[in-house]
Ligand binder design. Structure first.
Ligand SMILES: *Cc1c(COP(=O)(O)O)cnc(C)c1O
Length: 823
């Protein structure tokens, strides 16, 4: 965000500023509203918001104890003279005011998006197609509320040249606020849903309220095919003197006219625009995606972006996560998962997707539905309408979960059963009851319907790496049990967390309160920060080009050489940071990165002491042979050097720093050397050299695609390497060396696990496939295949492939889908 002093901020808010005794003026770079966030103590200010369930003022005391010294508050209560604060009547309003001020500092175009559905998708897709031509700032996730929008707008900086913000409202009167904060120049009105949702009395009132976002716009993008909306938009645009950028599927005379042809899984679209004809394709075939894509295209015309370039981008669009998910279920069932929101509108959309999926395979339709939240309707009327919708979409059965829906069970005309909670349902459910049905699983977030989905999900489909997050937590706790309670843990999440995933793993670890995450390069750290990870992150191999990102994203560099230190100091100076945390790496015998001599280290420490830019947070080293007892003498010598050097540094500094040298095997074998912190890697992912009771976290799974007979004179695969001596049965499995399966496992060296038995790999492993000899086993297409997991260990595979488990784990290709399981 734009840097400001607390004095500036107080002035912008016309509020009183109370300085603590030893207050020194400095620049604020981060506005924080979540007390669990990352704090750059010097440069953050905490805004104590008061929400329906939570009062930010309750966290102030704890934050002061942590050293946070700047607050924006509406109650002075616990703040004495230990912190500086700005006193305002309403902290949410203050946040909005500040964002509106920041917004006015930038002249680049701002796109504002609102409507009943599709806001996040249109925003994310616009971002995808325009990223090649613009530097874009946008709302993280769907931060589109009265707090989310200001937090998003505060992210605006000079380095961007386009902003895309979505705005969502839950009741009348809110949009004007958001409009003043976003001040869009180009508007996108996605669509309008049913009036009752969101507490409006009529569709007209609702449309008019949403249009308030666009008061400042020069251009407004919308679909002309919705008559009611069209009329109101006409009036609005005339009154406000806004250029209409309407598009249509129906009206050839429209300025922007689209035709389309739907195919399985994709749609070909033609756009007719100012005597041009542009053709492109999207990897979706449902109507909502089509509508969203057309909004994006129209917005690109309003921006005068290069349309031929953009046309090419459309085929790479991805579904926006956290939305509908379609999965194969047990017993020929199909699951449509939508457990991230629940309202009438999105129920309608989900039912239409269910309809599509059910029709394909002629399945009957069943809906598992939770209580519906966030609606302005009286409950009886609400569930009457839900029943109506379900009937309209020919649902044959409802399973209602929640106290509310259960108490309105008589509203439903179809076959139904009701449970007070997800647990109650799972305790009573009988899987065999569900046969050849398309099942919509839709519930409000807190019902955690993912558990139901996991339960009804077919275990045998596609090639995938299943990651068990509970096992991860278990392993973390196993290592914790070897450490003193006060010893900090840094978890190595470099290399896509040893192949197991980035954001999912990092958020699990953050939730488990690990003290540090370590990535290899700064991009990995930026990626985590962008995903909302606030745990301190150390970058092991920082590069000069990444210093700016390191500072802006609050990452902490490993400083391992003098040139690196000098150039980091230079950047730190440019940014005017103070006490920026850095970590010194010393080389005690590995002969990889690090300062090797005492004299080097003395100079470096002196240099850091000389100025106020950097602060040494930790000094560390790495063991070269911690897992092998033959090297124990050498390891002890590493400890000795480490002690000597860290003592030296400690003498030179007037503040404390952490020391750490143990990796996973080190923790297991030399727990007495845990110092203040340890660095956990492979052990977390389930591999232990000393036989700790770890759980396996990853299962590499696939499915048999085809089964065939092979005669003794025939061979299997390339170079005719797969020989059989008798009539044999071969199973083809769609996973090859391009997925990360080591080719050295070919020709019966390795095996896979199918239907409770091992089957040797026959012939050479191909790029995308391999064959297993399943003679004598009862195997059919569709059966699950384990490559490694509970039955075949990663260590075994590594040994057969002549490598180490690390390489097996990190070698699983990115194209293998990671599926996360959590109880
Ligand atoms: C990767 C790494 C670790 C973790 O090692 P494991 O053997 O996986 O526990 C620790 N420290 C450093 C510096 C590393 O690069």
């Amino acid at each position: 965000m734009k840097k400001m002093t607390l004095e500036n901020i107080a002035k912008i808010l016309s509020a009183q500023f109370f300085r603590k005794e030893d207050y020194q003026e400095h620049l604020i770079e981060k506005i924080i509203t979540d007390s669990r966030s990352f704090f750059d103590i010097e440069h953050s200010v905490f805004v104590a918001l008061i929400g329906p369930r939570n009062n930010g003022h309750n966290y102030i005391e704890g934050l002061i104890a942590k050293g946070v010294s700047a607050f924006i508050v509406s109650e002075t209560g616990v703040i004495s003279d230990k912190a500086s604060y700005i006193l305002v009547p309403d902290t949410t309003k203050a946040l909005q005011q500040l964002a509106a001020f920041v917004r006015r500092q930038f002249k680049y175009p701002v796109i504002g998006i609102t409507g009943s559905n599709g806001k996040t998708i249109v925003k994310e897709w616009l971002f995808s197609i325009l990223s090649g031509q613009f530097k874009i700032v946008r709302n993280p996730k769907s931060y589109n509320s009265q707090v989310g929008v200001p937090l998003s707008v505060l992210l605006m900086e000079e380095r961007y040249n386009l902003a895309i913000f979505e705005a969502g409202i839950s009741q009348p009167g809110e949009m004007q606020n958001l409009s003043e904060i976003i001040q869009p120049e180009i508007g996108i009105f996605t669509n309008i849903g049913d009036a009752h949702q969101e507490g409006f009395v009529s569709t007209k009132q609702k449309i008019n309220e949403k249009l308030l976002l666009f008061g400042s716009c020069k251009k407004l993008v919308y679909c002309e095919d919705q008559e009611k909306t069209n009329l109101l938009i006409d009036e609005f645009c005339v009154e406000k003197n806004i250029e209409k950028v309407g598009w249509s599927f129906k009206n050839r005379a429209s300025k922007l006219f689209f035709t389309y042809k739907t195919e399985t899984g994709s749609t070909k679209i033609s756009a007719f625009y100012q005597n041009h004809e542009i053709h492109f394709e999207i990897p979706f075939s449902d109507f909502s995606s089509l509508e969203n894509v057309c909004h994006c295209f129209a917005a690109a015309t309003a921006l005068n972006a290069d349309l031929t370039v953009i046309a090419d981008e459309f085929k790479h669009l991805f579904p926006v996560e956290m939305r509908l998910e379609i999965k194969r279920g047990i017993n020929n069932c199909l699951l449509v998962n939508d457990y991230y929101n629940s309202d009438l509108n999105s129920l309608g959309i989900a039912l239409s997707v269910l309809q599509q999926q059910a029709a394909k395979a002629q399945l009957s339709k069943l809906v598992i539905l939770s209580d519906i939240k966030q609606t302005g309707l009286p409950k009886a009327e609400l569930y009457r309408q839900v029943n109506h919708l379900l009937q309209e979409w020919e649902t044959v059965e409802i399973i209602g979960i929640g106290e509310e829906i259960s108490s309105h069970r008589e509203a439903f005309a179809m076959k139904g059963s009701f449970y007070p909670s997800t647990e109650a349902f799972l305790n009573q459910v009988n899987r065999s009851k569900y046969q050849s049905a398309a099942i919509l699983i839709k519930g409000a977030r807190q019902f955690m319907f993912e558990k139901i989905s996991a339960y009804l999900q077919s275990k045998a489909h596609l090639t995938r790496l299943e990651i068990d997050l509970n096992a991860l937590t278990h392993n973390l706790n196993v290592y914790r049990s070897l450490l003193k309670p006060e010893t900090k843990i840094m978890v190595m999440v470099k290399a896509f967390s040893y192949g197991s995933g980035d954001i999912e793993i990092a958020s699990t670890l953050q939730y488990q309160h690990v003290d540090y995450l370590a990535v290899a390069v700064s991009d990995e750290g930026v990626h985590l920060r962008n995903a909302g990870i606030t745990t301190p992150i150390i970058v092991m191999n920082p590069e000069q080009q990444s210093f700016q990102n390191i500072i802006e994203y609050g990452l902490e560099p490993n400083i391992y050489s003098t040139p690196l230190l000098e150039s980091f100091i230079k950047t730190a100076e440019q940014f005017g940071v103070k006490d920026f945390p850095v970590h010194l790496k010393i080389d005690t015998g590995m002969n990889r990165l690090g300062f090797k001599t005492e004299s080097e280290l003395i100079k470096v420490t002196e240099r850091i002491k000389q100025n106020s830019y950097l602060k040494i947070k930790s000094v560390f080293s790495h063991l070269a042979g911690s897992d092998e007892s033959t090297f124990d003498d050498f390891t002890q010598s590493q400890f000795m050097i480490f002690d000597k050097i860290t003592n030296l540094v400690a003498k030179m500094l007037d503040y404390k720093f952490d020391r750490h040298i143990l990796n996973s095997a080190g923790i297991e074998r030399f727990p007495e050397k845990q110092y203040e912190m340890v660095r956990l890697g492979i052990g977390l992912y389930g591999v232990s050299g000393t036989g700790l009771p770890l759980r396996n976290i990853g299962k590499l799974m696939s499915t048999v695609s085809q089964v065939k007979n092979v005669q003794p004179d025939e061979t299997v695969g390339y170079s005719r390497k797969g020989k059989v001596t008798e009539e044999s049965i071969i199973a083809v499995v769609p996973l090859g060396y391009a997925d990360g399966l080591d080719r050295k496992l070919s020709n019966r060296n390795g095996s896979v696990f199918i239907n409770s038995q091992r089957a040797p790999i026959i012939g050479n492993i191909c790029m995308d496939m391999m064959m297993a000899d399943v003679t004598g086993l009862d195997v059919k297409p569709g059966d699950a295949v384990e490559i490694f997991g509970d039955n075949i260990s990663i260590s075994e595979i590594a040994e057969k492939a002549g490598t180490i488990p690390y390489e097996i784990l990190t070698g699983i290709s990115q194209r293998v889908k990671r599926i996360y399981l959590q109880e």
